[in-house]
Design a binder for this molecule. Sequence first.
Ligand SMILES: NC(=O)c1ccc[n+]([C@@H]2O[C@H](COP(=O)([O-])OP(=O)(O)OC[C@H]3O[C@@H](n4cnc5c(N)ncnc54)[C@H](O)[C@@H]3O)[C@@H](O)[C@H]2O)c1
Length: 345
Amino acid sequence: MVGLGTRGKKWARILHDEPQCQTVGYVDLDESNLEWAQTMYEANPKACYKEMDQALKELEPDFVVLATPPMDRYRDVVTVFERGAHLLSEKPLSLDFDEGVRMVKAAEEAKLGFAVGLNFRFQHCVLKAREILRNRVIGAPRFAGYSYWRNRDGYSPSLNKFPLTMRQPMLYEQTIHHIDEIRFVYDAEVERVSCRCSNPPWSMYRDDATVTAVFDMTAGLQVNYFGTWSGQTKLDQFLWRTDCDDGALFQYELFSDLRIIRGSESNEMIKIPLPEQEQLVDDARVMLSQMVEQLLAGNLNPEPTAIDHLKTFGIIAACEESNNTGQPVEMEEFFDRRQVPAHWR
Ligand SMILES: NC(=O)c1ccc[n+]([C@@H]2O[C@H](COP(=O)([O-])OP(=O)(O)OC[C@H]3O[C@@H](n4cnc5c(N)ncnc54)[C@H](O)[C@@H]3O)[C@@H](O)[C@H]2O)c1
């Protein structure tokens, strides 16, 4: 388990509880986080390291979970594959799309499994929305609005600090989950991206905390996206609405509250019952368990695959490019230009 910050501590717990896994070692630059692992999970001090490569050499794990910040991830990802371990990396793989492509190549050449932690795909509301749309319960989706308003206190002790100073924090840390949900729920690909990023005067983030984008997707679906970490006031709001041929689907809360209206003449909203989930933990539990099953069965592309993640990552990078140039980006042209091999598209 590499990186024992905000997310890594959750991963340590999830790994500890997963019967198919046994955590053989912990790595973090910060001694206090290693002490935490010793207190919480009786980690042997000899299995706690400040340096990942030394840990990999001495412990020879089958599988690594990497939950460090994305800025320096490239070197660590390549090292994991050089040391012969399968990898689950947190998102985003990097802030540089070309590095992401090289990481996936490294996994392919080493013949090792490589997955990315898109746990939002395993939320009940997301899985249910996907099922409803796939089964055409209210027909095909035609257009949608995804809006996420949050006043995120980046100085909160319970949150990571690197987004305060990183490049495009909203896009690479948060919107990346939303775009992945959009692709997954609609089972559709983004063909064209137009994006504008901005930062309000009151933002605590050094770079843009607000993203506005339009995604033209396959089958003529159009998605209007708005996301912010710098909403004015403490009132957070979320709405994801999808209008279909024969009704509409609504998600009213970030991780729950799915509702449906059937037919074009009705305004009667029916709430879809969903089981409770501990946010960002129970979804990751299912993701990990299925991933390990796939690895144990010899599948070197366990879901959510890093190859698939290049599509979501590419859209984020294209959003940044569109914001910089003021022009829309055609995804096919983008992937050509960034030399993404045809068999990964
Ligand atoms: N999937 C999700 O739901 C979710 C939620 C939160 C964060 N994340 C992702 O998890 C990753 C980590 O985020 P976080 O919130 O835990 O950040 P964090 O800053 O709280 O923790 C990062 C930890 O990594 C350690 N670290 C940094 N470089 C290291 C290195 N080279 N070797 C060993 N340890 C190192 C730091 O000491 C720190 O403890 C990010 O990529 C973030 O986007 C994902």
